[in-house]
Ligand binder design. Structure first.
Ligand code: MAN
Length: 509
């Protein structure tokens, strides 16, 4: 069936004079402009529907198939591609073009044509049904569309403004973390070099302590040896004298016992009486006993041995302490340092300089200062690691979510869903029992730029199922709100959210 019943076969006549040609072309133009409109055909394809010199139409997808032009839209399907029936429902594979003048044109499946239903969603001009059945509503649709468009663009404009503010805040926070990281890295350098200095002071002091132990014992040993020599000499002299006294006493005793009284020798008599007095006052040596001397000698020997043992023990302990410190400490001197320190070349010189600086600090204070420094370094290290992790984290395009540490929640059915944008997403039941759906992981825009998708993973394991996770799909809106939550797969959730974070200029139309 031919729409409007008008069809003209027109062929330009190239050999006419130019005036006639101009008039003819104008006529032809007018004729094509009005007469060749064919129901269901997109105007850009109209020339393909003009009959050839023999009055034939060639199927669009196969020009070898030709049918008389009056069989276009005759409600009988001739072309395999259905192109001969654009304005009827005769061919199931044909498409009907709704021009929707003043609004957006659309194609609809040919089966919708003349089926008694006004398909206004696609065909606001009502041309999919016979004339008079569906009044043209394109103006009304256009108005509605315009209102929605303006509203959308207004929201996007404001949303983009809010989003820019959020981005600025996030970037400011990023900058602050970067500055803090720089400061901590600098501080770390200082702390480490201070610790190195203090450890060197301690090391040197320990080395010197070791020497002092040796020196102290050397002195003791030398003194002990000298004392022993003196005692030995004294004892020898003492034994000798005792021996001599004993001999003399025995001689005098013999003299006293055996002298002849009849000789009346006054010198002998006096000597005998003096000896008697001497014995009466002091007694005489019964036998020579040197036990006391050997006791003193033994005690000196014991003292020497105990000094030796103590010295060895002390040196052993000191040695162990030194080794324990070297292996237990996270900070290591280079082999060169240690050798130099032992040889007393470089490090000892440096250290004595350092020692001077720290000379007023006692060993306990020094140990405490080292301990404090080590714990500061540990803390500093932890902060550096956490700042680095934070800077490396994916907070979405322009780092937008970095500053978004707030939460929103919404009751849907039996559950209350709580979304902390850069934290946890959880599902709380009516008994206030919460289940963690996931932690914020990363965010990015969908390919069409209309949705900001943030992912939450590592939630609690589902009974007989996977570990919970979710996708939060944010669309442009002026404030953060949860619209809907669904569970398309068991324990795999989808949360629909409105947020200015999802607004982009490209969403305007
Ligand atoms: C809870 C909720 C549901 C989930 C089931 C799985 O009831 O977390 O969302 O589907 O557990 O057992």
């Amino acid at each position: 069936m031919v729409y409007a019943g008008v069809r003209l076969g027109i062929k330009p006549q190239p050999k006419f004079c130019s005036y006639m040609l101009l008039i003819t072309l104008q006529l032809i133009w007018c004729t094509i402009g009005s007469a060749t409109k064919i129901r269901g055909v997109n105007p850009i394809l109209l020339d393909r529907y003009q009959p050839d010199a023999d009055g034939m139409f060639h199927c669009l997808n196969d020009s070898t198939i030709a049918i008389p032009a009056d069989r276009i839209n005759d409600n009988y399907c001739d072309c395999p591609d259905g192109s001969d029936e654009p304005g009827t429902s005769a061919c199931s594979n044909s498409k009907f073009y709704c021009e929707n003048e003043g609004f957006f044109p659309h194609y609809i499946p040919s089966s919708w044509v003349d089926d008694g239903v006004c398909d206004y969603e696609k065909c606001c001009d009502g041309t999919d049904e016979p004339k008079g059945k569906c009044p043209n509503r394109c103006a009304e649709f256009k108005d509605k569309y315009e209102r929605e468009r303006l509203e959308n663009n207004g929201i996007v404009d404001k949303g983009v403004e809010i989003r820019n503010g959020i981005i600025a805040k996030s970037q400011h926070e990023r900058l602050q973390i970067q500055h803090e990281l720089d400061r901590l890295t600098h501080e770390m350098g200082d702390l480490q070099s201070k610790l190195k200095q203090l450890n060197k002071v301690k090391e040197t002091r320990n080395l010197e302590d070791g020497k002092l132990i040796n020196n102290a014992f050397e002195d003791y040993e030398r003194n002990l040896e000298d004392a022993r020599k003196v005692v030995d000499l004294q004892m020898t002299q003492h034994s000798d004298l005792t021996e001599r006294v004993h001999t003399l006493e025995k001689l005098l005793q013999t003299m006293k016992d055996n002298y002849n009284h009849n000789f009346n020798d006054p010198a002998v008599k006096l000597a005998a009486h003096s000896f008697e007095d001497y014995v009466a006052n002091k007694g005489i040596l019964k036998n020579v006993n040197n036990d006391g001397n050997s006791k003193v000698k033994n005690q000196l020997d014991e003292l020497h041995t105990s000094f030796e043992t103590s010295k060895d023990k002390l040196l052993d302990e000191w040695q162990k302490k030194q080794e324990g410190k070297k292996s237990g400490s996270w900070f290591h001197f280079s082999a060169e340092d240690i050798v130099d320190a032992f040889l007393g070349i470089r490090s000892l010189d440096e250290s004595s300089e350092l020692n001077k600086q720290h000379s007023s600090v006692g060993p306990a204070r020094l140990a405490k200062n080292i301990e404090d420094l080590e714990s500061k370094i540990k803390e500093c290290n932890q902060s550096i690691t956490s700042d680095k992790q934070s800077l490396a984290k994916d907070y979405g395009p322009n780092d937008i979510l970095r500053s978004q540490n707030g939460c929103i929640s919404h009751q849907i059915g039996e559950y209350n869903y709580r979304l902390c944008f850069t934290g946890e997403l959880s599902q709380i039941d009516s008994n206030r029992h919460g289940v963690r759906i996931g932690h914020f992981e990363s965010a990015s825009f969908s390919d069409d730029g209309k949705t900001l998708i943030s992912k939450y993973s590592g939630g609690e394991k589902c009974w007989n199922g996977p570990i919970r996770s979710a996708e939060v799909r944010m669309k442009c809106g002026l404030r953060n709100e949860i619209l809907a939550v669904s569970e398309p797969e068991k324990c795999g959730y989808m949360v629909e959210v409105k947020s200015p974070m999802a607004c982009q200029e490209s969403q305007k139309y």
